[in-house]
Write a protein that binds this ligand. Sequence first.
Ligand code: HEM
Length: 334
Amino acid sequence: MTEATDAMLQNWHTLAKDGRPLDINEAMMHLTLEIVGKTLFSIDLTREADTVGEAFSVVNEEIARLTSIPFANIGLKIPFLPGTRRINKNTAILTQVVHGIIQERRQSGLETEDLLGMLMAARDEDSGEGMSDQQLHDEVMTIMLAGHETTAVALAWTFYLLSEHPAVRAELEAEVDGVLNSRLPTIDDIPNLPYTTMVLEESMRLYPPAYTIARWGNEEDEVGGYYVPKNSVITTSPYITHRHPEFWDDPERFDPQRFTPERKAERPRYAYLPFGGGPRICIGNSFAMTEATLLLASIVQRYRLALVPGTRVALEPLITLRPKGHLMMTLTSR
Ligand code: HEM
């Protein structure tokens, strides 16, 4: 994770020198995709970053648009509708990338002990059978997409918030400088970077990448006093819960001190749920927090990021909560 970040930071040198801004959301997308490729599939996905980014954006936009209108599930089955056509075309592009990852491993004949190797070696406890090609494809696709965009968006919002809150940024820089003393962080440094973690937690409170979590009602039910007919879609919103005045004082204010162990213990457990909860809680929770902490500390140590004056920052709530348009920031070497 830090190797890939280090390489990115070397490239930032010229941007900083020339005063050229960069789109921080796009930069984080590239970096986290590269990290998923290297750490989980032992493959270099840097060449595919733009293709995956563009195709996934289109699928993201079209699905978000379709699910906001009635009968969307019927629309998805009509292949000649323009939205469905765009989804199918771009899903095919993503499928090509996933096939490439699996093919490359099969052809190499290597038995690498990474996540891909584990998925390929997995056997059903009862039948003894391995995964079908389709199952393997779906697992790799899920990990590739769920495993990079969420963390990238969390980091992009964090840099935006830090740019708007110089006092928090100064405290973060002091912690990072004191602990790391100019070297790259390792996993052993994480317990010594509590404020870095608190900044990320507070950022995901205000901008939870997974801002809604939906469930399909297999049976009729009653939830919170409301009758829920069978086959309903029920949506909870971490975005709303995270800003609910019943659980949070002055909820719109960015304040990492809300995440000291004492203050966390005072709140109901599900007042904060960026990774969901229950049996389907995010499987990549620890991976994501480790990655986000290492990346934030590595970047803050070397550069100070500032939002380009006049940039209009708005939400783009698709499948994840993205910043709308480009989030342009300038870099100053520290
Ligand atoms: C900041 C980063 C991340 C956030 C905010 C996030 C958020 C979530 C949430 C809210 C869920 C639950 C969805 C539901 O209940 O319907 C979820 C599920 C999942 N996440 Fe993440 N995630 C992040 C990073 C990751 C990473 C890095 C990976 C993989 C390496 C990953 C893989 C998954 C998978 C496979 C599921 C489905 C789990 C299941 O259904 O059993 N996520 N994520």
